[in-house]
Design a protein around this ligand. Structure first.
Ligand code: NAD
Length: 500
């Protein structure tokens, strides 16, 4: 095992990095048909990382055609599961091999600490690819219950061409959550990364080829939502559309599916996750540290961020003091500094959005007890201090809307019933946490929380073995686990008459 890199060694690697900026269609890097490009800015210091191909409808057409051709050729779609497994395992191994470079691209492009990008994003991407590769030949069909003169077979078939549209907060990992099960089931994929973070996906495409994915099976089309995402969502020859991003865009994409060919459409959307701390929690220091890292990790740009902290009134003041202490230690640092607890916000637009929520919190009467300002971590960069609001009312805007930044709202409760009512009174339902040493309460509350993931006495548990997704307007369908395969397959019932 190599020694962890220092800030200087990340910088040296960055200085020598050859950044790919073209689209990847039919096994080749190509410019956008229009020749257009957009500037890719690093939020670390506001510098340009290069000009990226700005794909539009014509490029989507080329990518979908290449996907369809590759799918129809059967080179991947009809390959034996054992072969596809071998290729995905090789893909995982290559992601490990290029792990430092991928982590660096992630950090440069969207500002997260490079040590997190390496230890979490890249590591989880490898695990996703390897786990899915290992799982794909354990997926069996079924035999229906029949009389002696019939045979009923239930089999899975790939959808065909899958369009995947992903966000910027975990660019590589969100792409992998779609790509791995889609490829495992034999589909061809057109991936549109976020315009704010296209670089790791562009690099991943050629790594997939090196692993043995045939040309045309995995295409990457960088570009903007309206110009590149929408033509993909509306395309009549795309069979499945999978998305991770905001609820507002998820709703538009469901309409695109309806307005076009009723493509299978699965949306993983936003959240406003409640973290419930009861007075009888085992270890309030641990709970406070988890409450702080649950909101400040990845600069709060996490769909499952623990953005609403609901605390039993009898311990509220003492608990908030501990959260503030833990949060104060999580100030943003240069993303190349090993162990930086926070890095840069993804861009200036997101920074202004978060700062305007902070202003609104103050204006609506919540009490600012930590942070609240830009941080001048690196000249030209986009950084925000870890921010905590106490005495937030459930009705306040900062308690109701997804901020997607390092801003915590603390709300006091008096009874379990009141806590549950506030926790569930939201349009979202992605994740929730509960801290208590009363096992009956833990189960009771976990059952009643309307969320796709519930964590008891910690935050952010889970791995590839369990499904991930949301209730209500946090989305439909599930990523990860064997359940993810449902999104990428059609089910066929074949009846055979044995009666002669
Ligand atoms: P976003 O919805 O603005 O963009 C997501 C993607 O959709 C981008 O690639 C974007 O270019 C594309 N897009 C935007 N408008 C489009 C349109 N009209 N047609 C087609 N494509 C379009 O979201 P974001 O700001 O990139 O990401 C943040 C959001 O993602 C947050 O709401 C967060 O909660 C959510 N998220 C959810 C999960 C989950 O698993 N549920 C995981 C990560 C992030």
């Amino acid at each position: 095992m190599n020694a962890p890199r220092t800030r200087d060694s990340w910088q040296t690697l960055a200085d020598g990095l050859q950044i790919r900026t073209q689209a990847f269609i039919d096994g080749k890097y190509v410019d956008a048909a229009s020749g257009k490009t957009f500037d890719c800015i690093s939020p670390i210091d506001g510098g340009s990382l290069g000009r990226v191909a700005e794909c539009g409808a014509e490029d989507i057409e080329r990518a979908v055609l290449a996907s369809r051709r590759s799918f129809d050729s059967g080179a991947w779609s009809e390959a034996k599961p054992t072969y596809r497994k071998k290729v995905l395992l090789k893909f995982a191994q290559l992601i490990e091999q290029y792990g430092d470079e991928l982590a660096l691209l992630e950090s440069l492009d969207m500002g997260k600490p490079v040590s997190d990008a390496r230890a979490v994003d890249v590591a989880a991407t490898i695990r996703c690819m390897a786990w899915t590769g290992e799982a794909l030949d354990k997926v069996y069909g079924e035999v229906a219950a029949t009389g002696p003169d019939e045979l009923g077979l239930v089999t899975r078939e790939p959808l065909g061409v899958v369009g995947a549209i992903v966000p910027w907060n975990f660019p590589l990992l969100m792409a992998a959550w779609k790509l791995a099960p889609a490829l495992a089931m034999g589909n061809s994929v057109v991936l549109k990364p976020s315009e704010k973070s296209p670089l790791s996906a562009i690099r991943l495409a050629v790594i997939a080829m090196e692993a043995g994915i045939p040309a045309g099976v995995f295409n990457v089309v960088p570009g903007f939502g309206k110009e590149a995402g929408e033509p993909l969502a509306l395309h009549m020859d795309v069979d499945g559309l999978v998305f991770t991003g905001s609820t507002a865009v998820g709703k538009q994409l469901l309409q695109c599916a309806g307005r076009s060919n009723l493509k299978r459409a699965y949306m993983e959307c936003g959240g406003k996750s409640p973290n419930l701390v009861f007075a009888d929690a085992h270890d309030l220091d641990k709970a406070a540290e988890a409450a702080a890292s649950g909101i400040f990790y990845n600069q709060g740009e996490v769909c499952t961020a623990a953005s609403r902290l609901l605390v039993e009134r009898s311990i509220k003041d003492e608990f908030v003091a501990r959260v503030v202490e833990a949060g104060r230690k999580m100030q943003p640092r240069h993303p190349f500094e090993p162990g930086a607890p926070m890095g840069a916000m993804v861009d200036e637009t997101q920074t202004s959005r978060v700062l305007s929520y902070i202003e609104k919190g103050v204006a609506e009467g919540a009490k600012l007890v930590l942070g609240g300002k830009r941080a001048d971590t690196v000249p030209g960069g986009s950084y925000i201090e870890p921010t905590v609001f106490d005495e937030v009312a459930h009705e306040h805007t900062i308690s109701r809307e997804e901020i997607f930044g390092p801003v915590l709202s603390v709300i006091a409760f008096d009874t379990e019933e009141q806590a549950l009512r506030m926790a569930n009174d939201t349009e979202y339902g992605l994740a929730a946490g509960v801290w208590t040493k009363d096992i009956s309460r833990a189960h009771r509350v976990a059952r009643k929380l309307r969320a796709g993931s519930v964590w008891v006495n910690y935050w952010d548990g889970g791995d590839m073995t369990a499904p991930f997704g949301g209730y209500k307007q946090s989305g439909n369908g599930r990523d990860k686990s064997l359940h993810a395969f449902d999104k990428y397959t059609e089910m066929k019932a074949t009846w055979i008459n044995l009666g002669g």
